[in-house]
Write a new protein. Structure first.
Length: 255
């Protein structure tokens, strides 16, 4: 069931979204050559504590996972697409990092992700990250009253495929509100004019995921959480929590 949020609820979700935005900004600033993923997780934990917020990631146990998630960020490096578990790995020059983070504040959730390059960038990685951001912008642009879920999916998929990138099947965006994951699912590829109509008060986490090698294949790593590209190519991930309103899409996790 899809819950339509009131304007007051959307304002409250905006406050949660600002905690998410600030934490991702702090993590991005702290990320550098030699910094460990666990150290970045601690930066995010401190941001949560400072805001009086909690983590919807920590202890999360979906049906596909063997164990509860042990961190407050998903830190996916290079060929990891999503759900990377922070560990003692220290970032190296040229690493491509996708950082996903969520928060809960006042009973409302927010969720966002960014991808960035540590140190010296590769041209191909810059293009991959920029395309993920363009795909996200296209999806948000289609998130208007009167459109359908398929219009968001089609907008995202068109940008990704035109650039020659792969799209992991079965993973995409979702509704969000009192819980981090709610109905409806928001695929990253689809047919326009299909799916659930978009209405004022729907709030969606829109999140394109791109495989740099152009193939769609992926597999779960031995930890049961991290999804890696089958071809070993790099991946990028971008996400915002977006409210659909009669005035147009409102990005709740952007400063």
């Amino acid at each position: 069931m899809v819950e339509l949020k009131t304007d007051t609820a959307i304002d409250a979700m905006y406050e949660t979204g600002q905690v998410v935005a600030d934490a991702l900004k702090a993590v991005r600033k702290a990320a550098g050559v030699g910094v460990s993923l666990l150290e970045l997780d601690e930066v995010a934990r401190e941001m949560l504590r400072g805001a009086g917020a909690t983590s919807p990631f920590l202890g999360y146990l979906p049906s596909f996972a063997p164990t509860p998630f042990p961190a407050v960020i998903c830190a996916s490096v290079n060929d990891a697409i999503v759900h990377g578990i922070p560990d003692g790995y220290r970032l190296r020059d040229g690493d491509l990092v996708s950082m996903d983070f969520g928060a809960e504040l006042g009973g409302w959730a927010g969720d966002s992700a960014i991808s960035f390059i540590v140190g010296t960038p590769r041209v191909d990685d810059v293009r991959l990250v920029e395309t993920a951001e363009r795909a996200l912008a296209a999806g948000i642009g289609a998130a208007v009253v009167g459109n359908r879920i398929g219009d968001i999916a089609h907008a995202i998929g068109t940008v990704c495929r035109a650039a020659g990138y792969g799209i992991p099947d079965g993973f995409g965006g979702h509704g969000i509100g009192r819980r981090m994951h709610e109905d409806p699912a928001v695929p990253n590829e689809g047919r326009p004019g299909r799916g659930m109509p978009l209405r004022h008060g729907m709030v969606l986490a829109i999140e394109p995921m791109l495989v740099g090698g152009g193939t769609d294949g992926f597999h779960a790593a031995s930890d049961g959480w991290t999804l890696r590209t089958d071809d070993g190519s790099r991946a990028a991930h971008a996400e915002h929590t977006v409210a659909i309103t009669t005035a147009g899409p409102r990005i709740l996790t952007a400063r």
